[in-house]
Design a protein around this ligand. Structure first.
Ligand code: NAP
Length: 549
């Protein structure tokens, strides 16, 4: 023991949806002295950084907000069924003010390293500005999609126009009026961006590598009367989210695709296509994401809708995926996305046919053409799930680096703890249920806060999961992923990012079983006194429990 006083009981990284709630729980429910370090200048995490044009929820707004606080539910009004980014950022600022969270958050504070000290069982967290702080507990709330990645194109720095990554979008308004714009990437983000940019750009060129299956969002405004009606249904909405496998309000249909008579099947698929949000993905025939023949039926159905909506048959074919079935990668939700390609100011370039070879000062060159642009938008995604951890030098017991430990894929206990990283907890780390993410966040943040409270209350200074607990959990994560077609496909959900060294092979990145079962297992473990976690109390000096530190 060094006996040096700790600066805080707990340090939390990130003031997004996870970090805000974790701070509230640890400080207000359990009376701990907590500090949150946040790289941005404001709260919001994903909803702070992703301010690109067209950014909005793909989850129903009223199923996405926090459910734990009746005053927040009573006072906040959503104005659209799938709220745009500015509204969500306002919402998270409202929550931060309501719960008086800002006083414990240090903004513009990017964490460079976090090292565990074996001697006094504490963490030392160092910021990029050189400041260092020590705490007993260390909680990562860094988000699964928060480490933006750029393609490794030659000449990327040479472009003389404006270039922006969607995940690092500037705060100033970027106007596309009269501009020649390129969008590279057609994932969920690219699709939202393209629809918006196409409205005003003089010319938009979309560079698509692998096409995705996109389906209509069917967004709409929420009147004040409807908001009152929704408010009355909050208990029912959140109960439903607790009962579904992915925490959305959509439940799979109990019928099997090919056992359903054709006319009935087609009518149902059309109904799903017309249902707002992820009804078509989460609320489709129950075998759609596990049975290849069933999956082909829905893929063919969506392909036909694309052919109907895109006038030029060659362009339509370029937009139809041939390397993966519907729903096996994240389904981008769209609003007249396919119709964009009928506009005279929009051109689609398939990078599978003519790849980008270099970025030039004036634009870019593909294998067969040169293009000139005023703005290049990179909608090229994230080093997902483990990327935000990799960007911080996290070292556990005996100086072991988390990045090295996870080289062959992450190993975790419940997706919340890592062996040899004592007293470190992850809210939405690898191997946790994602889905309608705030629903998972609330559960995990509560579990983590409960474990920390258990330690604090009982004078426990060291918590580390057992190797057998980690092995069992990691095996279980593999087991529940078996048979899911999505786990056979390259995407961020299987840990692939071709722009990042060492991320070319699929890993077990996320828990793909039911969130209901995930919560049941985690809660049982907590009720049983945190089975498979080694706790010890070696004494030591704890920080003052002054919640307003
Ligand atoms: P993404 O799904 O990983 O898509 C990245 C896109 O960039 C893909 O089309 C990819 O092509 C392309 N790309 C990447 N590197 C490239 C390169 N070197 N050359 C050419 N193309 C390249 O990322 P995202 O669209 O940012 O979405 C990530 C996740 O964020 C989503 O799946 C979703 O979970 C979340 N999200 C949520 C919302 C919401 O809820 N409202 C909105 C947007 C995003 P390939 O497919 O060929 O690799």
């Amino acid at each position: 023991m060094t006996g040096k006083k700790l600066d805080f009981d707990a340090i939390v990284i990130g003031a997004g949806i996870s970090g805000l709630y974790e701070l509230h729980l640890l400080r207000d429910r359990y009376g701990l002295n907590v500090k949150v370090f946040e790289a941005g200048t404001g709260v919001g995490g994903t909803w702070y950084w992703n301010r690109y044009p067209g950014c909005r929820f793909d989850s129903e707004s009223w199923s996405y907000g926090y459910s734990f606080n009746q005053e927040i539910l009573a006072e906040w009004n959503w104005t659209e069924h799938f709220a745009p980014q500015p509204e969500t950022e306002r919402y998270l600022n409202f929550v931060a003010d309501k719960l008086d969270l800002r006083k414990n958050i240090q903004f513009s504070a990017r964490v460079k390293s976090a090292h565990y000290d074996d001697n006094d069982e504490s963490w030392t967290v160092t910021l990029e500005n050189g400041e260092s702080y020590r705490s007993r507990y260390f909680v990562t709330c860094v988000g699964p999609l928060s480490a933006p990645t750029y393609p490794k194109f030659d000449g990327i720095e040479s472009f003389e126009g404006e270039s922006c990554h969607t995940g690092l979008w500037p705060k100033h308004k970027v106007s596309f009026e009269g501009k020649r714009v390129a969008v590279i990437g057609t994932g969920a983000t690219g699709v939202q961006t393209i629809q918006e940019v196409a409205k005003t750009a003089k010319h938009l060129t979309v560079f698509q590598r692998r096409p995705n299956w996109c389906t209509p969002l069917h967004n709409g405004p929420i009147s004040s009367e409807e908001m009152e009606e929704i408010r009355g249904r909050y208990p029912e909405i959140f109960r439903l989210c607790k009962e579904t496998a992915s925490c959305f309000v959509h439940n799979p249909d109990p019928r099997k695709t090919l056992e359903t008579p054709e006319a009935e099947r087609n009518a149902f698929l059309q109904n799903r296509y017309e249902t707002p949000g992820f009804g078509i993905w989460m609320g489709n025939f129950k075998d759609m994401l596990t049975d290849r023949d069933a999956n082909k039926v829905i893929s063919d159905f969506v392909a036909e809708r694309i052919r109907e909506r895109v006038k030029d048959p060659a362009t339509a074919e370029k937009l139809i995926p041939t390397d993966h079935g519907f729903g096996t990668r994240r389904v981008p939700q769209e609003t007249f996305y396919y119709e964009v390609y009928n506009q005279p100011n929009v051109e689609l370039i398939s990078m599978l046919e003519t790849p980008i070879e270099r970025i030039t000062p004036k634009g870019l060159e593909t294998s067969d053409r040169s293009f000139e642009f005023d703005i290049i938008i990179y909608a090229t995604g994230f080093d997902a799930i483990t990327g935000s951890f990799d960007r911080i030098d996290i070292q556990g017991a005996d100086g072991i680096k988390l990045k090295d430990k996870w080289k062959g894929g992450p190993t975790t206990y419940l997706g919340m703890m890592v062996k040899d990283f004592p007293n470190m907890f992850m809210v939405i780390g690898p191997h946790t249920a994602l889905g309608n993410i705030p629903r998972s966040i609330e559960h995990i943040a509560e579990w983590v806060a409960g474990a920390i409270h258990h330690m604090h209350q009982n004078g426990i200074t060291f918590a580390d999961p057992t190797q057998s607990g980690v092995d069992e959990w990691t095996d279980y994560v593999a087991e529940v992923g078996e048979g899911l077609l999505s786990n056979e496909i390259d995407s961020w959900m299987t840990g692939i990012n071709l722009n990042v060294e060492g991320k070319q092979t699929r890993i077990l990145a996320r828990y793909s079983g039911s969130a209901v079962e995930y919560r049941r297992r985690c809660d049982k473990i907590a009720e049983d006194g945190y089975t498979d976690v080694t706790f010890t109390s070696r004494g030591g000096v704890m920080a003052n429990a002054n919640p307003n530190h």
